[in-house]
Design a protein around this ligand. Structure first.
Ligand code: SAM
Length: 168
């Protein structure tokens, strides 16, 4: 997906890709039974090997673009603290579950530029994802509005009061 976006947007900065390349972590109760059921139905038509992709696939796709890119393989909780990315103009989340989405928001939303775009791939698909978005926006008392176009949820960041962030 990011390779496609990179072909559209071109050289707007370095494209950073974070993924375990080991598939999704285990769904938790906050992700609801539907997520758990999907993950345990390993023979289901939508299972796609627990959404596992190979790092080589991402490398091959990104190599077809002309942009600068970097892949950060591993679990978000390990790779996010090692990154020093700032001044983000486009933040695309595709981690499906509550914990993954919440950690992505806590780590990178404060680094999204004012006027920058947050794309939330799973907002309409998974309860955990949409719950994490609502919780985060509420916890930070954000006034950024969720918007939707062609069933894609996005938000354009407005001025944030970062001092209001209170995380458990
Ligand atoms: C639906 S797939 C999307 C893959 C890719 N973004 C794309 O556009 O094709 C969800 C991806 O999120 C990754 N993921 C979810 N939670 C993660 C976490 N906590 N740490 C690392 N990767 C995670 C999984 O490895 C999986 O590849």
């Amino acid at each position: 997906m990011i390779a496609g976006i990179a072909r559209l947007l071109g050289k707007i900065g370095t494209y950073h890709l974070f993924d375990s390349f080991e598939g999704l972590p285990e769904a938790q109760p906050i992700d609801e039974a539907r997520a758990k059921d999907w993950q345990t139905d390993t023979m289901g038509p939508q299972y796609h090997n627990n959404c596992k992709a190979e790092q080589e696939e991402a490398e091959t796709a990104m190599s077809m673009t002309t942009v600068e890119w970097r892949i950060h393989p591993g679990w978000f909780q390990d790779t996010f603290p090692e990154s020093d990315i700032d001044n983000i103009c486009l933040l695309r989340l595709d981690g499906d579950w509550y914990d993954s989405t919440m950690l992505s928001l806590k780590t990178f939303f404060p680094k999204l530029q004012e006027g920058g775009i947050l794309l939330i791939d799973d907002y309409y698909i998974w309860e955990g994802c949409c719950r994490a978005v609502h919780d985060y926006l509420s916890q930070t008392q954000s006034t950024s509005r969720l918007q939707s176009r062609n069933q894609v949820c996005y938000l354009i960041k407005t001025e944030e009061c970062n001092e209001l962030i209170h995380t458990p």
